[in-house]
Design a binder for this molecule. Structure first.
Ligand SMILES: C[C@H](O)[C@H](O)[C@H]1CNC2=NC(N)=NC(=O)C2=N1
Length: 78
């Protein structure tokens, strides 16, 4: 699955083999989000992590910052 843009959100869901692997990925994303000063809206259920990215400061729309974070998230997952 790729990132899809709908309702002013950039969305993607990642599935891992188990919770520990999913949480390891989330730890990486937390650090890179902090470094980028751009933070995802996300949910985690067991081995699944879902993102809905938008830029609150820009009025909750998708900006270049979200596209950059999406790329970094993909890199963290691979
Ligand atoms: C003060 C701080 O730089 C801002 O509040 C940053 C933090 N992280 C953020 N994350 C997201 N997703 N959108 C923002 O507008 C945003 N703003």
């Amino acid at each position: 699955m790729e990132w899809i843009q709908e309702n002013n959100r950039l969305k993607k869901t990642f599935k891992f083999k188990d919770f520990v692997t999913a949480f390891g990925f989330m730890s990486k994303v937390a650090l890179l989000a902090e470094k980028m000063d751009h933070h995802p809206q996300w949910t985690n259920v067991y081995n699944t992590v879902s993102f809905e990215l938008s830029t609150h400061d820009a009025g909750d729309v998708v900006t270049d910052k979200d596209h950059k974070l999406a790329k970094a998230i993909d890199a963290a997952a691979s």
